[in-house]
Design a protein around this ligand. Structure first.
Ligand SMILES: Nc1ncnc2c1ncn2[C@@H]1O[C@H](COP(=O)(O)OP(=O)(O)OP(=O)(O)O)[C@@H](O)[C@H]1O
Length: 591
């Protein structure tokens, strides 16, 4: 648990560490006020039962004489004021501390959420290929439980520990024996209970973390395949799977919250019994029961303050132990290296550089690739030179490796061996993103956001910054003009989640317009026109072939008619390239 807290502290920015230091200072001031208010009850109760200063510690006598003189009343009035003011001050500081610490914890939660999202989006493509997206989404979703069940309790634990210490010192000043007895007995009880419960809490924390992820996965799968769910009428399969995970999660949560709260009742009743025994013994040693009242009152007040703090410490520890699984999942994402951090550790640590403009844009040499060390090579010994302005088509049986090859050219995947160069410069960590920014890509499945057509075409550009004239050209080239004209709000029409309000062909054309809007050196079309009728496809392809003559266009298509006007057509056969059509003269073929 303490390792986790150390890790969390390590993730705080210097600014947050300063803020934490301020919270700690406030905590100490609050603890001192707590201690004073406890001390102030003693003369108050003593003067209530016996209105003279005999038997009251010298320090209080002096303070009360001074205050009494200042207030123009007797020592009882001074003691009443002192007790009331210190109690009010302690309460005020506690209130302030609660507000500031809660704010701090939730701001740290916001920092973590932002940081995780940033790190996830900066991970290389293979990271996303290897992980189920529901694990990533649920990882982000676990920031809230981390705040509620780890950060807030950790803060509570520190506050309660400081306060406990102050109260114990306060009781120590009143009665050493009782302070030691109370500290050892109550602290010991909570410690033993925690030793017994901690393994159960940790085991449940793992169940909770796994079940949270599983639930998101089931929800995503059910909603993602909603058409099949409706057609097959098998929603009960998804509901049952969800229910199993959810019930497992709730059972573990119920046990953990019971384990966190249950000791309160045991320790509280033990505290009452201790007070009874102590009060009984005290009256035996004092002449009258009245004489014992100030001491008993101070101790009762001490116990009344001490026990909730001790319970708070235990509760916080139990809560953190019961959320270790969730916290570990969140920390995994926080520890992911960002692109900038990978760059620092990369051997070739050079500034991001631009490319000079040579005739050869991309060159692949001896390229091999496999998805994992235990899987066979998907791309085998590929050599290819792509000159500026070339239009190149790729065909091949399904699963032959076309998309994988394109992903390698776009540097979304790292080759297992071989070299990819752009403008004669080998692609590595330092220049990869510069190259990627110069590529426009139309994938097989177009992802649309639930926003307007204009925003979907200029994806990632703030609405106010969209270049409308460039956008209109892209709309025209992608054969979207008529579609947009018929829509009630034109380019401002919302497309619905994932573009559900559009046809497959319209979605595909928005994807093409998106790629055309981006000024790129290389346009990649991965079966980008498969959903279009042949007339629309021919018009779109016509516009594409007439794009900037310097631009490289790579196309994957199953319909050879789509690739008719390519300079070269390669067939991908079991991960190797075979030139099957050359519309250039033989001496220009370079591979
Ligand atoms: N993330 C992955 N992990 C492991 N293997 C993968 C992964 N993605 C693809 N493959 C495998 O790599 C091979 C090539 O896939 P790829 O998608 O490149 O083929 P393709 O020629 O583009 O197919 P299609 O025409 O059907 O799109 C296939 O055998 C596929 O199973």
């Amino acid at each position: 648990m303490f390792e986790l807290l150390r890790d969390i502290y390590a993730q705080l920015t210097p600014r947050r560490r300063w803020q934490l230091a301020l919270v700690l200072v406030l905590m100490v001031i609050g603890a001192l006020a707590e201690m004073f208010s406890l001390g102030a009850v003693l003369p108050f109760l003593a003067l209530l039962t016996k209105p003279d200063l005999a038997g009251i510690p010298e320090v209080f006598v002096q303070v009360l004489s001074f205050l009494g003189h200042y207030l123009g009343g007797g020592p009882l009035l001074a003691a009443s004021w002192l007790f009331a003011c210190t109690a009010a001050l302690a309460a005020l500081l506690r209130l302030l501390l609660s507000w500031i610490s809660a704010r701090f914890v939730y701001i740290v939660g916001a920092d973590f959420g932002e940081e995780i999202y940033h790190r996830i989006l900066r991970q290389p493509y293979h990271f996303h290929l290897q992980r189920n997206s529901s694990e990533t989404i649920s990882g982000m979703g676990k920031v809230t439980p981390l705040v509620m069940c780890v950060l807030a309790p950790a803060m509570q634990m520190v506050i309660a520990s400081v306060m406990t210490f102050a109260i114990l010192v306060g009781i120590l000043l009143v009665n050493v024996k009782v302070a030691l007895l109370a500290g050892i007995a109550f602290g010991g009880m909570y410690y033993l209970i925690n030793q017994w419960a901690k393994n159960k809490l940790k085991k449940n924390s793992e169940i909770i973390a796994a079940a949270e992820t599983q639930k998101i996965k089931i929800i995503q799968e059910g909603i993602g395949s909603i058409r099949d769910v409706i057609l097959d009428g098998n929603c009960s399969v998804y509901v049952n799977a969800f229910s199993q995970s959810d019930r497992r999660l709730r059972r573990a949560q119920a046990v953990n919250s019971f384990l966190a709260i249950a000791p309160k009742y045991v320790v509280e009743s033990a505290g009452i019994i201790m007070m009874i025994v102590f009060a009984y013994n005290l009256t035996k040693t004092q002449d009258t029961a009245v004489q014992a009242i100030p001491l008993l009152g101070a101790l009762a007040l001490g116990a009344q303050r001490l026990l909730p703090y001790l319970q708070n410490i235990y509760n916080s520890v139990a809560c953190i132990q019961g959320s270790l699984g969730i916290a570990e999942d969140v920390m995994y994402f926080l520890r992911l290296p960002t692109h900038e951090e990978s760059m620092k550790s990369a051997k070739n640590n050079v500034e991001e550089r631009g490319f000079y403009r040579s005739g050869v844009l991309v060159e692949l040499q001896g390229l091999e690739f496999r998805y994992a060390s235990n899987l066979p090579n998907i791309i085998k010994s590929v050599d290819l030179r792509i000159n500026r302005g070339q239009r190149i088509g790729f065909v091949g049986a399904t699963g032959s490796g076309k998309s994988t090859l394109i992903d390698l050219i776009m540097c979304l995947l790292n080759p297992t061996s071989g070299v990819i160069s752009v403008d004669g410069m080998e692609i590595n960590e330092s220049n990869r993103s510069t190259w990627q920014r110069r590529i426009a890509h139309v994938p097989q499945a177009i992802f649309l956001t639930d926003s307007s057509i204009a925003e979907n075409i200029a994806l990632g550009v703030a609405k106010a910054e969209i270049d409308m004239s460039r956008l209109m050209v892209a709309v025209e080239q992608a054969q979207l003009t008529d579609v947009v004209r018929q829509l009630p709000r034109g380019l401002d029409t919302r497309v619905g989640e994932r573009g559900v309000q559009l046809s497959g062909g319209q979605r595909q054309r928005i994807g093409i317009a998106r790629a055309l809007y981006k000024s790129a050196d290389m346009l990649v079309l991965d079966e980008a026109t498969s959903a279009l009728d042949s007339d629309t496809e021919s018009k779109v392809m016509d516009a594409i072939y007439h794009l900037n003559p310097e631009m490289v266009i790579l196309m994957i298509a199953h319909r050879t008619s789509t690739l008719e006007r390519c300079h070269y057509i390669y067939q991908v056969v079991d991960g190797r390239l075979k030139l099957i059509k050359n519309n250039f003269s033989a001496h220009e073929v370079a591979f």
